[in-house]
Design a protein around this ligand. Structure first.
Ligand SMILES: Nc1ncnc2c1ncn2[C@@H]1O[C@H](COP(=O)(O)OP(=O)(O)OP(=O)(O)O)[C@@H](O)[C@H]1O
Ligand SMILES: [Mg+2]
Length: 399
């Protein structure tokens, strides 16, 4: 069996990186598809190179070069191997937390580097099934939907940040889908100005497949792909349940995770989304009307026979001293508070700046809480074998 060489793109600079490049250039298992000292200027070249693994050289000794990594992530989901001649110990854990596949300390024999490249490539292939446009093996992306019957509960801000956690910190192929079709503002929270929205997608005549889908999303620098809500509220009704169902089928083949933001009420598109939702995050807060409305939501979910094991209660702005305690919420709802996201005044700042707090302050309590949510809802599969997340399937509506 002949195995085609792994396409490697080298970015950045480090002592000894030139030798690495020379070694790899002659290696039969590797094909060098490009180099760029400054990844922020490599944009299209890197995106179009078809690189399967990125080797990024750094001279930083005590920190991960976040901006450079972001620039790479913005254009490719290929695994990144950091190459440094400085002591890797200090940055190893930080690098792994930042979703970098491995850190290689130079000097290193070419074979050692090729081994790391092969590991990175095979893990990524197992995880993602290839390039986002034409997936060679279909993925079975998990749909994580945030819902709350109350406006202002924090659905959008949490959806945007959760998507960033999945993409940036866990290197998952992530789609952020804005189904608050009339007044969606995920694009604003992500600080992007999209050229296309879900309106363009549903209006297109072309058959929707993974490749077509990639033409309607906007890539955020975190790696998240954003499918924004229509620009004009009146276009919302054109997004029919049938089209949405098709969109989900295609998106599940192209992404590991699809994070869905919703409006604060149940309507056709939300019901169609529930039908496809693997994990439902019910966003509640410590106030009596919110609890009452969440109770009504659980009753609606019961009527729809939406499975209990897919429902998760998240308490947003927890820790606020408002005279209600999580235990009282649990009693009222008959449901465990599975996650708590604290109140943080920097959240409002991050919304206004259009930079999700999970990116600007990855060590903040809000970002850490969302990392827990991400881990629990879509666990990283480290070994080959069955996926711990139950596969999606229509839940039965008994009549
Ligand atoms: N944990 C938090 N700490 C501080 N502020 C928060 C927190 N969560 C949300 N907010 C603030 O609440 C505001 C409303 O949040 P968001 O827009 O996400 O609510 P929503 O549920 O999407 O509302 P709607 O249903 O109207 O779309 C945000 O702009 C943000 O400033
Ligand atoms: Mg919202």
């Amino acid at each position: 069996m002949t195995v085609s060489p792994i396409k490697v793109f080298i970015t950045g600079a480090a002592n000894g990186l030139a030798e690495v490049r020379e070694g790899l250039a002659d290696h039969p298992d590797v094909e060098l598809v490009g180099t760029a000292a400054d990844p922020s200027k490599a944009g299209t070249k890197l995106a179009e190179s078809g690189a399967q693994v990125i080797l990024h050289g750094t001279t930083a000794t005590d920190h991960v070069p976040t901006e450079e990594i972001e620039a790479i992530r913005g254009v490719t989901a290929a695994p990144i191997v950091l190459v440094t001649s400085a002591s890797a110990n200090t940055i190893l854990s930080e690098a792994l937390a930042a979703g970098i596949f491995d850190v290689v300390l130079l000097p290193q024999l070419t074979d050692g580097i090729v081994f790391t490249i092969k590991k990175a490539n095979s893990l990524a292939a197992g995880r993602t099934g290839g390039a986002p446009t034409k997936a060679s093996t279909s993925l079975d992306g998990k749909v994580v939907t945030l819902f709350s019957p109350k406006g202002g509960a924090g659905k959008t801000v949490l959806a945007a940040n959760l998507a960033c956690v999945f993409a940036r910190h866990q290197s998952r192929r992530t789609l952020l889908l804005d189904l608050d079709l009339q007044f969606g503002d995920t694009a604003i929270m992500m600080g992007i100005e999209p050229e296309k929205t879900i309106y363009d997608l549903v209006m297109a005549r072309r058959e929707l497949d993974s490749e077509a889908l990639s033409g309607y999303v906007t890539a955020h620098q975190s790696g998240v792909h954003v499918m924004p809500a229509p620009m004009r509220p009146e276009d919302a009704e054109l997004v029919t349940e049938e089209r949405l169902g098709h969109l989900f089928s295609v998106a599940k083949e192209s992404y590991d995770v699809i994070v869905v933001d919703t409006p604060p009420f149940f309507h056709g598109p939300v019901l169609a989304t529930l039908d496809r939702t693997d994990q439902l995050l019910m966003v509640a807060s410590l106030d009596v009307p919110a609890i009452k409305n969440t109770k009504l939501t659980t009753q609606t979910l019961d009527l729809l026979h939406y499975p209990m094991e897919r429902r998760h209660l998240l308490l947003n702005r927890s820790g606020a001293k408002v005279g209600l305690k999580p235990a009282e919420v649990e009693r009222a709802l008959g449901m465990k508070v599975e996650f708590e996201v604290p109140v943080d005044h920097d959240v409002a700042l991050s919304v206004n700046r259009g930079v999700p707090i999970a990116l600007s302050a990855p060590r903040s309590a809000v970002a850490k809480a969302l990392a827990q949510v991400a881990d629990a809802l879509v666990p990283v599969v480290s070994t080959k074998g069955s996926d711990p997340v139950k596969s999606s399937g229509r839940f039965r509506k008994k009549g």
